[in-house]
Design a protein around this ligand. Structure first.
Ligand SMILES: Cc1cc2nc3c(=O)[nH]c(=O)nc-3n(C[C@H](O)[C@H](O)[C@H](O)COP(=O)(O)OP(=O)(O)OC[C@H]3O[C@@H](n4cnc5c(N)ncnc54)[C@H](O)[C@@H]3O)c2cc1C
Length: 119
C-alpha cells in the first residue's frame, strides 16, 4: 500500500439519482473544509460521493475542530465553540444534514439549542 492509500480515511457514499460521472475529487486534509466541500459537491454539483477522496495524515478527521466520538454515541468537541447566525454557508450546509436521530436538520437543532442557551 502506498502513502496515498495509507492516508485515505474517508470516501463518501455514492449519491443517488442521475449524477455526473468521470469527475474525480481529491482533498488534502480532513478538517472541516475538506468535510464540507464534498457535501456541497454532492448536493449542488452532482458529483458522485464515491468519486471524492479525502487524504488525512493524522488518521483522524476533524482537524482543528478536534472532535471525538462515534456515530452511535455522538461527537464531542473539547473546546467551547462559537457558531453564530452570520455563518450563512454553514447553516445552508447543515440544513441538508440530518441530526443523528433523523428528526430534523442540524441547523434546526443548533437554532433550538441556542434558544435555550441565552448568552
Ligand atoms: C482552539 C480553537 C478554537 C476555535 N474556535 C472557533 C470558533 O469558536 N468558531 C469558529 O468558527 N472557528 C473556530 N476555530 C477555527 C476553526 O476550528 C478552524 O478555522 C477550522 O477548523 C479550520 O478548518 P480547516 O479544514 O480549514 O483546517 P484544519 O482544521 O487545520 O484541517 C487541516 C487538516 O489537514 C491535515 N493535513 C495538513 N497537511 C496535510 C497533508 N500534507 N496531507 C494530509 N493531511 C494534511 C491536518 O492534519 C488537518 O487534519 C477555532 C480553532 C481553534 C484551534
Amino acid at each position: 500500500m502506498d502513502i496515498a492509500e495509507d492516508n485515505v480515511i474517508a470516501s463518501a457514499p455514492a449519491g443517488q439519482g442521475s449524477r455526473r460521472s468521470g469527475t474525480k475529487v481529491y482533498l488534502v486534509g480532513g478538517g472541516i473544509a475538506s468535510l464540507a466541500a464534498p457535501a456541497f459537491m454532492i448536493r449542488d454539483g452532482d458529483v458522485l460521493g464515491r468519486d471524492i477522496t479525502i487524504f488525512e495524515e493524522s488518521g483522524k478527521i476533524g482537524g482543528s475542530l478536534d472532535g471525538a466520538g462515534s456515530p452511535q454515541n455522538g461527537y464531542v468537541l473539547r473546546g467551547g465553540r462559537m457558531i453564530e447566525r452570520k455563518y450563512l454557508c454553514t447553516y445552508d450546509l447543515f440544513s441538508s444534514i440530518p441530526t443523528l436521530d433523523g428528526s430534523r436538520s442540524v441547523t434546526d437543532e443548533i437554532f433550538t439549542w441556542n434558544e435555550t442557551m441565552k448568552t
